[in-house]
Design a binder for this molecule. Structure first.
Ligand code: SF4
Length: 308
């Protein structure tokens, strides 16, 4: 679902591509996160302290939603989904996960945020409600692993914001417009950039991480079963944070995206526009149109899927 907290024309930097923003950062001697923070203050009239405090409050909500489904299962209002974060949490606790502590922690938190969203709980749409688990999971899991301070995590969220802003302005953040690549793909790009910064990488590496994450989710369709942000959205958040952390890790090792971030964003938009309408949040194609998806539709709405 499309975020409403970013409106075109609202941001004085909005017309810039990432390559131009990075040049601006170098000229001003600022990090990408600081640059975005300064621009946020300029656009909204907030002081630096107010903007940092507001982002810190968002981090609070991210933490609550990331943990909300672990100790006790959370179920969606529709009854279609729930309990996966709790189930996976128990599996990790038993030492059965093969993923390693950081990725396993990220996966459980991505599931939790998404289940809290499906249960109509409080989340941060970053950049959208459907993709709300990816950025928090990456920031919190890496931040815990690296022992980052809260200030560093808040700064990393501003770095992620810069990535999301460029995608939102030059492409789209809406599944209805560009498929799930625009939601989970964008969130993974934002998460990768934040993770790189928390891992000690520089802004250039952060943007390469963002490019590699988005590249590897290109073409991902939006096909929610019953038109609800549950199946496949919840598990897509878990897998997308895995993509984000893999991209971040490669970027920190010095691996670069051969295709620059701005061009990946352009490609994502073109691919989104080429997707048929059935695969852009209409619930009329992909997994929504499978036998099981159609049976779920009948169960939830009491009418044939074909009648929609
Ligand atoms: S499948 Fe569609 S509704 Fe679900 S997270 Fe992806 S873009 Fe959002």
């Amino acid at each position: 679902m499309e975020s409403t907290n970013y409106e075109k024309g609202e941001n004085v930097m909005a017309e810039f591509w990432m390559s131009e923003i990075l040049k601006g950062c170098v000229e001003k001697g600022m990090s990408l996160g600081e640059y975005i923070l300064a621009s946020e203050c300029e656009n909204t009239g907030q002081t630096r302290e107010q903007a940092l405090d507001r982002m810190s409050q968002m981090l609070d909500v991210m933490e609550q939603s990331a943990r909300g489904g672990l100790e006790n299962p959370v179920f969606s209002n529709s009854g279609l989904t729930g309990g996966c974060a709790h189930q996976y949490h128990g599996y990790i606790q038993k030492g059965q996960s093969i993923l390693g502590p950081v990725l396993a922690d990220a996966v459980q938190m991505a599931l939790s945020c998404s289940e809290v969203n499906a249960a109509m709980g409080k989340i941060v749409a970053c950049p959208t409600a459907g993709s709300c688990g990816i950025v928090p999971a990456a920031v919190l899991a890496v931040g815990k692993y690296r022992g980052n301070s809260r200030e560093e995590m808040v700064q990393a969220l501003f770095t992620a914001s810069g990535v999301g802003m460029v995608i939102g302005e030059h492409a789209t953040l809406a599944g209805a417009d560009g498929g799930c690549q625009a939601e989970c793909g964008a969130a993974a790009a934002m998460a990768a950039a934040a993770a790189v910064r928390l891992l000690g990488g520089d802004d250039e590496q952060a943007v390469h991480g963002a490019a590699m994450a988005l590249k590897n989710l290109l073409g991902l369709v939006c096909d929610p079963v019953c038109g609800l942000v549950e199946i496949p959205c919840i598990k897509r958040n878990a897998v997308s944070v895995s993509v984000a952390l893999t991209a971040a890790d490669m970027a920190c090792a010095g691996v670069r995206s051969y295709i620059p971030f701005d061009e990946v964003v352009t490609a994502m938009y073109a691919i989104g526009k080429a997707l048929p309408q059935q695969l852009r949040e209409t619930g009329q194609g992909g997994l929504a149109a499978t036998k099981t998806g159609m049976e779920m539709y009948q169960r939830i709405y009491g009418q044939d899927y074909g009648a929609m």
